[in-house]
Design a protein around this ligand. Structure first.
Ligand code: NAP
Length: 346
């Protein structure tokens, strides 16, 4: 019996893959092309991984061949979905792959996945927050839904948020309508930060959520004066990966649940302050911006920190979220290695 991981070359998926390998799962991994397959095979020469190329998840029957080739798939982790903001065609590039990719894999499982017991879809906190009032402070729980309409999702700043909301809605509607033999759940992380294991060829290719840490490491003196600003919620990529694996190991607990994952809040100045605190050897090498005092940090949390109630998932899984300092320390190590490869070290 094996676990299918879609989009295995992505930031989050690569960390899930690592955990699955460490736990000696038999894995089927989908990637878009042979280059990405080669990267995974090189990274894990002795693991039980079969790679299946799925170049476009929005295509009809995109996952049919994967399931025909691997009828023993028992669990599915569907992470593949586009996450970027600078698109030119919202439906073709973002909404289509997110929604049709999710609906498509569910129909394929129904047709060709007789042994599938549980499906985990990587959704997002953005399918829960209110796009119309964000970033105003509101209380969010696992029962919250983004009220964004499909029409408003066509506006570029809303498209990614809408793509996650409508893909997740499509999952739950499928489960209601078809009552398949498998159960399903979602993992809904806030912005995911932390060390990656995926292939990153250039600074431009750093995944969307992790860019603020890389940018803080490379900020200019002038730009560092304006880092205080939008507060965003975050969670460590290792916690996100662990939640996916927990869901397939405890499907009876996960079934029907939306696991909302969040550790805390940050803004770009707090990231820079944290970098200086946890990597003191960078002192004098990168700017300090306008550091927060301890009182200002408390005030920031109390006035701008997002109110995200994760008590349900904590109770169901026992998860204890990794904090900002550990997350930044690990991410900086990851980026320092990349900078060494690219000759861009600070
Ligand atoms: P990522 O590194 O960009 O990974 C996305 C993966 O999906 C990549 O493997 C990508 O392949 C694949 N993919 C995207 N569009 C595709 C398409 N049309 N056809 C086939 N494959 C496609 O992003 P990530 O941050 O790891 O995100 C993974 C999942 O987590 C996504 O569902 C995302 O919405 C969700 N999520 C992310 C965050 C976050 O802060 N990072 C927060 C909440 C939820 P290529 O790289 O080859 O294009």
């Amino acid at each position: 019996m094996s676990v299918l991981l879609t989009g295995a070359s992505g930031f989050i998926a690569a960390v899930i893959l690592d955990e699955l390998v460490k736990k000696k799962y038999k894995i089927v991994a989908t990637v878009r092309n042979q280059d990405k397959a080669d990267w995974i095979n090189k990274l894990y020469p002795n693991a039980d991984i079969s790679i299946s190329i799925v170049s476009e998840i929005a295509d009809e029957g995109a996952f049919d061949q994967t399931f025909k080739d691997h009828p023993d798939i028992e669990y599915v982790l569907h992470t593949a979905s586009p996450f970027y903001y600078d698109h030119s065609d919202p439906e073709k590039e973002i909404l289509g792959p997110a929604i049709n990719g999710t609906v498509g894999i569910l129909h394929t499982i129904k047709k060709y996945g007789p042994n599938v017991r549980h499906v985990v879809v990587t959704s997002s906190f953005v399918s829960m927050l209110n796009s119309y009032t964000w970033p105003a402070r509101e209380l969010y729980t696992e029962n919250s839904w983004n009220p964004i309409t499909y029409e408003d999702s066509l506006k570029p700043q809303n498209t990614y948020f809408g793509s996650k909301k409508f893909a997740e809605k499509a999952l739950w509607e499928f489960m209601d309508q078809h009552k398949p033999s498998f159960t399903a759940s979602t993992v809904n992380p806030s912005l995911v930060l932390g060390p990656g294991l995926h292939k990153v060829d250039s600074a431009e290719a750093i995944n969307t959520s992790n860019k603020p840490i890389y940018n803080a490491l490379h900020v200019t003196e002038e730009a560092s004066q304006n880092l205080r600003g939008t507060v965003l919620p975050f969670v460590n990529v290792k916690d996100v990966a662990a939640a996916h694996v927990m869901a397939i190991e405890n499907p009876e607990v996960a079934a029907g649940k939306r696991w909302l994952l969040n550790s805390g809040n940050y803004d770009d100045q707090l990231l820079l302050d944290t970098i200086h605190k946890v990597v003191p050897e960078l002192k004098g090498k990168i700017p300090i911006g306008k550091p927060y005092s301890a009182n200002e940090i408390k005030e920031l949390e109390q006035t701008k920190g997002h109110l995200i109630d994760t008590s349900a998932v904590q109770k169901q899984t026992g998860i204890k979220f990794i904090g900002l300092e550990q997350t930044v320390a690990d991410a900086v190590k990851f980026f320092q290695k990349l900078d060494e490869q690219w000759g861009t070290s600070v």
